[in-house]
Write a new protein. Structure first.
Ligand SMILES: [Zn+2]
Length: 436
């Protein structure tokens, strides 16, 4: 059935399309020659949009502010009558421009699509977002919650980002004679780089395209493309690895290379993923040994690091890489708090990756409101149980099947482990919504 709106999903047939943020796993199918319909996004996303999609027809963008509630009139594919849909944007605190969408409408029910989000208890932004979300919700109950389940597993417990940022600063400060390379994606973790810059009074080297983005975001003066101005460089994840670090450190000892200003170098890997070493033995995943490759490994417990005052959360990978759980996604406790706050009737994960194959209802379904239709409160499953598919009878069969699609079988995961894990992008399941 033809839908009315789509979020982070770009198939033909919707009347309005919504983009949560500019990460590639949320834009698969979106391109510069887009012509399927109007695309809604936040002001910051709109600002960065032309640099991501150079030939995009910008007249198709519908830019909405965070906070106010907007109304759209759409055509019901069933009755062919107009129906009103309200939408409110909530700050997702994930990367610049990232938002959640709260939808409401008579036939539409109440739906919240979080996109990727971080819900830090200590963050002023999350507190503000919480107030705006509760104000926008009023007395309404969320019928369907589509949630970022990247780290929806009790294994994942991250300290607040400002705590980890300070640990990164301490590591850099304790290596005054070293160059430092920090692995980041093309968008995100700007706050970490800004904190480093301010605390150490140092510019950060970035590639020209990233400098352009930082200028658009108003941080241009802190970043540079001139390597001679700084010893700290932010590099793309794909150019970061143990071999690179080892080669730089070998070269730094050779007389011929001293003229090229190659110095001893450490690497910083700020990520919530469980980064481990991949060894020659197929089951050889260990931390801190001197192997040539790193990989994010599903189920690994490297970052099970509840914050202990005064302790550092870093894990050493090889001799030169410091891995720290600086995450732009919510960890398990934060997801739990979020669901306690919004108490949806139904819950659905939006992420499929090697690190996440757990139905969020397995751990968090018991926090949803009892199903008003069946009046069956959800039971908390014992953790030894295997994750289950589906979470609420409120999702009709069609939704249920869509839900199945975002999971990957345990067998397939184990097979992947045996074959050797590799770094891959996560896949995000978008959603199409109709008034059914
Ligand atoms: Zn993202």
């Amino acid at each position: 059935m033809e839908g009315m709106i789509s979020v982070d999903e770009w198939k033909e047939g919707s009347q309005l399309y919504f983009l949560t943020h500019l990460h590639s796993d949320h834009m698969k199918g979106l391109s510069s020659n887009w012509n399927k319909g109007p695309l809604v996004c936040s002001p910051i996303t709109a600002k960065l949009f032309p640099y991501k999609f150079t030939d995009f027809d910008l007249s198709l963008l519908r830019v909405l502010e965070i906070g106010p509630t907007y109304s759209f009139s759409l055509l019901s594919p069933f009755s062919q009558l107009e129906t009103e849909v309200q939408v409110t944007l909530i700050d997702a605190d994930h990367c610049p421009g990232s938002v959640m969408y709260l939808f409401r409408g008579d036939k539409f029910k109440c739906r919240l699509y979080t996109g990727d989000f971080r819900w830090e208890a200590t963050s002023e932004r999350a507190l503000l977002a919480k107030t705006k979300l509760l104000n926008a919700l009023g007395n309404d109950t969320i019928d369907y919650l589509y949630m970022d389940n990247t780290y929806c597993n009790p294994l994942y417990s991250f300290p607040p980002r400002e705590v980890i940022a300070q640990q990164v600063i301490d590591i850099i400060a304790s290596h005054p004679e070293h160059d430092v390379i920090i692995a980041v994606n093309t968008l995100g973790k700007e706050d970490l780089l800004l904190r480093i810059s301010r605390a150490l009074n140092i510019k950060i080297w970035v590639r020209p395209e990233r400098l352009q983005t930082m200028r658009l975001l108003g941080f241009g003066d802190i970043f540079t493309t001139n390597r001679s101005l700084t010893r700290v460089r932010a590099v793309p994840m794909y150019s970061f690895g143990i071999k690179t670090l080892e080669e730089l450190n070998v070269l730094s000892t050779l007389e011929d290379y001293k003229a090229l200003l190659i110095r001893p170098t450490i690497g910083i890997l700020p990520s919530g993923l469980p980064w481990l070493m991949r060894g020659s033995n197929e089951n050889d995943y260990s931390c801190g040994s001197d192997k040539s490759n790193i990989a994010a490994v599903p189920g690994a417990q490297v970052h099970k690091c509840k914050q202990v005052e005064g302790s550092s959360s870093f894990t050493k990978i090889g001799r030169y890489i410091y891995s720290l759980p600086y995450s732009d996604h919510s960890c398990f406790d934060e997801l739990q708090e979020f669901i306690k706050l919004v108490q949806p009737l139904s819950l659905k994960g939006i992420v499929l990756s090697e690190h996440c194959n757990v139905d969020p209802c397995h751990y968090l379904g018991h926090l949803c409101k009892p199903d008003q239709v069946t009046e069956q409160p959800r039971k908390k499953l014992p953790r030894k149980d295997k994750p289950v598919v589906g979470c609420s009878k409120s999702f009709k069969r069609k939704k249920y099947m869509k839900f199945c699609k975002v999971r990957r079988s345990r067998v397939s995961l184990l097979r992947r482990l045996r074959c050797g894990a590799k770094i891959t992008e996560s896949v995000t399941a978008g959603c199409s919504i109709s008034d059914s």
